[in-house]
Design a protein around this ligand. Structure first.
Ligand SMILES: [Zn+2]
Length: 392
């Protein structure tokens, strides 16, 4: 993997080792002069952030950094980012990081020309329209998980309740995306594993989601093959401190693309795993990828009990190379992967107790993702899945 490739699907993506070095010329060609770089507390002091700032400055730009993003993004972080944008008199945003900085970047971009509260523009029937210009967002992903860099929505939580709000507009699609596997080489094993399980969950839930969408189905299956080939290896490379070997770069690059493909595929829809995970983030502030990584086994066992879904499970089992091409074989493949990469088997060690069941169930049932789950989900079903995950 030594060459740069460019795709315009679903946005312009510059993919390959060193893709980030195109930053300066891109800004120059678009006459962008005053970027605000939005990143998070975990990334701000890493050498890559300083390097990106240098690359931006080489484009004859005056760049300012805003690093007030931490954990699951909340509204006050967006407001602080907007203030930084205005203070700098910025003309574009560079999102550097995983899903959180990208989502905060999109929300700040909305608020630049759309007055009132961000949540006035929430994706619902009575929303105010996002009909004014939204400044350009350039994205540099540093994890392979959410795929938010190729998504048209942002998820921001309320500060006090942590309830997630979704803002959607095609104008939020970053352009371009600098998908550079070199930036993922130093990602710790635990984050590699958790974010990778998020990508896997997007691919699985998209393939299973209700609705007719052969394009998303095809992308989901190819993405699953890529996760099966590379996620375990990426975690091993992280554990071993492997540097920039060709094999490591290839594995990181394929995971980066698989996460992008997951986000493309879930335009079809997601499912019950994401409702369970969203609630765990709301109630317990749990990392999104970790929550999916734990709950996917319980959610897929629930789906696998539906006889009509067996053909899809067989297709997925075949794609990942499970020893048995069946729903059972696919579930066992997920469990083995989880164990190999260090994702816990249940919620008990995560600070979740029976006392949380009521709240977890309530928020999960309110979440929209399970509406597209291929098997209808009741509040009791959700409670059972949480309860099962607490007993192991
Ligand atoms: Zn997700």
């Amino acid at each position: 993997m030594n060459t740069l490739n460019e795709f315009s699907f679903p946005t312009h993506i510059i993919f390959g080792p060193g893709a980030r070095k195109r930053m300066g010329e891109t800004l120059l060609s678009r006459a962008l002069k005053r970027p605000l770089l939005i990143t998070d507390q975990g990334i701000t002091s890493l050498p890559m952030t300083a390097e990106i700032c240098e690359l931006v400055a080489a484009g004859n730009c005056d760049v300012r950094k805003f690093d007030g993003v931490q954990g699951n993004p909340i509204y006050s972080q967006v407001q602080a980012g907007l203030q930084a944008y205005r203070d700098h008199n910025a003309d574009c945003i560079i999102a550097l990081g995983g899903g959180a900085p990208v989502d905060v970047s999109k929300a700040v971009a909305v608020m630049v020309n759309h007055p009132g509260s961000l949540f006035d523009y929430e994706d619902r029937s009575d929303a105010k329209p996002i009909d004014k210009p939204v400044p350009p967002i350039l994205a540099v992903p540093t994890t392979a998980g959410t795929g938010s860099e190729v998504g048209r929505s942002t998820v921001i939580s309320e500060d006090d309740t942590h309830v997630k709000r979704i803002i959607f507009s095609p104008k939020l699609l970053p352009n371009p995306v600098f998908a550079d596997p070199e930036l993922l080489l130093a990602l710790p094993a635990s984050i590699t594993a958790a974010t990778g399980m998020d990508a896997l969950t997007h691919l699985v839930e998209a393939r299973l989601a209700r609705g007719y969408h052969p394009m998303c189905d095809g992308i989901a299956i190819e993405g699953l093959r890529m996760v099966a080939r590379n996620l375990r290896a990426c975690v091993d490379y992280a554990r071993n401190g492997t540097g920039a070997t060709p094999e490591h770069l290839t594995a990181r690059g394929e995971m980066l693309l698989a996460s992008i493909m997951g986000a493309v595929a879930f335009q079809k829809g997601l499912g019950v795993t994401h409702s369970l995970a969203h609630s765990l983030s709301t109630v317990k502030d749990m990392h999104h990828g970790l929550a999916n990584g734990i709950m996917i086994s319980y959610a897929m066992a629930f789906n696998a009990a539906d006889a009509s879904l067996q053909p899809v499970f067989r297709i997925m089992a075949q794609a990942v190379g499970a020893p048995e091409e069946s729903a059972g074989g696919f579930l066992r493949w997920i469990d083995e992967l989880r164990e190999a990469i260090g994702i816990p088997t249940g919620l008990a060690g995560q600070g979740v107790t029976d006392a949380d069941l009521e709240n977890l169930t309530r928020f999960a049932f309110q979440d929209g993702c399970h509406q597209l789950n291929p098997r209808t989900v009741s509040a009791d079903d959700l409670r059972n899945m949480y309860a099962q995950s607490l007993r192991v």
